[in-house]
Write a protein that binds this ligand. Sequence first.
Ligand code: NAD
Length: 251
Amino acid sequence: MGRVSGKVVLLTGGAMGLGKASAKALIAEGARVIITDIDHAAGAATAAELSCEFLPQDVTDWGRWQEIVAEVEQTHGRLDVLVNNAAVTVFGSFMDISPEDFRRCYTIDVDSIFMGCKAAIPLMAKGGGGSVINFSSAAGNKANADLAAYNSAKAAIPMLTKSIALWCAREGNNVRVNSVQPGTILTPNVESVIAGTPDPDATRAAFSVAQPIGRMGEPEDIAHLVVYLASDESKFATGAPFIVDGGLSMA
Ligand SMILES: NC(=O)c1ccc[n+]([C@@H]2O[C@H](COP(=O)([O-])OP(=O)(O)OC[C@H]3O[C@@H](n4cnc5c(N)ncnc54)[C@H](O)[C@@H]3O)[C@@H](O)[C@H]2O)c1
């Protein structure tokens, strides 16, 4: 209890999955969490369930990022933690997907992190510092012929994170910036991907053994990492990719 007491957290894509699990864990440890999502109905329902604030947001919209940060400053006077979680997975080899599919993956998964950091870090710095947590993936370390856009977008995030972390260190603004790289985590979205395959049992087994540890992760496995990075316990960590993936990246 209280590991992030009083911290103001802005978390994108909080309506479901790892964003929702992370928001729940942060709230349990005392944070004031504002979740955002493009899915207004699901976002509002999650906010009601977790007793937190919800703001509609398309993370690809630069103007909306600026509005949201201004709104957070007006309501809370500060911002301590930014969790850039929202993303999409675009499936398909480089020959299967269109240039539009490829660009969409990069815009939602990578450009959003650039915009989020650009909009939020000045407010974090104004308040004396903070922590940015950017969601990458083990898919950023391990290539799959049918994940060309997602693999490469997620690989860009740890490097973008390092560049921004170095800038913050040079500024001396006390803002730390790290990335997280989960393995396959059994979220409702992953459940529905499994259910949509011709042989869901075989897919579930394949998804499990892809992790050398022999199983998929639980959303809480990542939520615990987010709490650590949001808290002052991680005050010496910056620019680092945090891999929590059942060994997927090393296999
Ligand atoms: N679940 C996994 O196995 C896994 C593994 C590795 C990395 N990740 C990463 O973790 C993060 C969360 O994954 P998840 O499985 O919980 O995903 P999810 O699809 O369940 O949730 C993503 C959320 O982002 C929202 N979103 C999508 N586009 C948006 C936009 N343009 N603007 C605002 N919100 C938008 C969705 O509405 C949804 O609520 C993602 O960055 C994902 O790439 C997930």
